[in-house]
Design a protein. Sequence first.
Length: 427
Amino acid sequence: MTFLAVGINYNTAPVSIRERLAFPADRLQSALQDLWQVKEINEAAILSTCNRTEFYCTTTGNQQVLIDWVARNKDINPTDFTPYLYSYTDKLVCRHLFRVACGLDSMILGEPQILGQMKTAYQAASDAGTLGKRLGKLFQHTFTAAKKVRTDTAIGSSPVSVAFAAVQLAQQIFDKLSEQTALLIGAGETIELAARHLSQQGIGRIIIANRTYDKAHTLAMQFNGYAIDLSELPNHLAEADIVISSTASQLPILGKGRVESALKKRKNKPMFMVDLAVPRDIEAEVEQLRDVYLYTVDDLQHTITQNMNSRRLAAEQAEEIIDTQVDYFLAWLRAQSAQSTIRDYRSQAEQARDEVLQKALASLKNGVSAEEALNRLAHSLTNKLIHTPSTQIRTAAENERHDLIIAAREIFKLPNSTKITNKIERL
C-alpha cells in the first residue's frame, strides 16, 4: 500500500489549466466517491482551491491511475494537463502535506487560509466515506504539525500583503474595530482582501464605493456591507473612521478640501486613511490635515519587506519542525505493520489464560483449596506462555540463529548477558 499525491498549483500551471481541474464544493463529494470506486484506490481526498488542486490517496497503483481518472472525470485529454503535474509518494507525501498546511508552499509564504482549506478537504472526504485509518491519520498529523509551526514560529504573525498590513495598522490605531466604520473605495482584489480582513477582525460597518455600482454591491453583499456609487462619496465620507482606497483612476478621487469638509462634520474626530493606489487616489496634501493619519503603499511596503524577511526566517524553523513531525508519523506508520502480530500474540495469550482459568474453576468446584487452585493456575499459565518462545529460542540456538536470540532478549527485556555476547562474538 502506497501513499500517493498528485496535483497542480500556481507554480506549475496557468489559471486556464487550474480552473479546468478545479472541483466546486457541491461536486466534491460525488467526485470523491467516484474516485474511491477505482479498483486500485483504497482511500482518497481532494484539496481544491483557486491556487491548487491536489489528490491524496493510498493505492496499490501509481500516478497513472489518478491521471486516467481525472481525464475521465473532467473529460480532458491527459496530454492537456500532465505536463503541469507533480507527484509524491510515501515519505514525500507526508512532507508535502505538512508544508502545504503550514503555508510554506503558498503564493504568500505562511498564509493561514490554506490550513482551513485543508481541514475542509479532510471533512469532505470524511463525509464522503473515502478516508481510512492511514490517510485519516496523516491528515490529523498534518493539522498537529501545522499547529506546532504556528505556535512555535512567527510564520504567520506579520502581514505580507498591503491589504493585511493596512488592516493591522488600523487595529493599532483603534482600540475596537467593532465600533468603527470602514469606507473602501474600489472593488478589485486588493479591496476585496481588505474587506475580508476587516470582516474577520470584527469591523462594525463596511461601505464600498465604486464607479460600477453593481460590482460594489456584489462585493458588499459578501461582508454584510453597504454599496454606494462613487458619485455618492461626498455624502458618506464623514461616516468613515477608516478609508482604504485602491482604484485604477488616473486622477485623485479625494482632495484636501473634500476631506477637510468631512472632518468638520465629524467634529474633528480622527480619520485613518490608506491609499493603496498607484497613481494616488488621495491627494498628498491631505496628510497636512491635523486629524488625518494618511499612509501610502510605500509606507506599508517597508513593513511588508521586513515582515517577509521575518517569515523566511520562521520558515527555516518550520522546516525543522516538519522534519521531526514526518519522522513521528513514519514511526507510527511502521508500527502498523506489527499490529497483526501483536493481535495474534494477544489472542494466543488470552486463549491460554482462558484454558487454565477453566481448570482452576473446576478444581475449586471439586473441593481443592483456593490457595492450591491459584498456585496451579499460576504454574500452568507460566508454562503455557513460555513454552512456545522457549522452544523457538532453543531451536534458534541449534541452528546458530544468534540474531534471533539477541532479538528475543530485546523483546522480553532480559538483562544483558556478557557470557552470551562473548560466545556469539567468538562464533
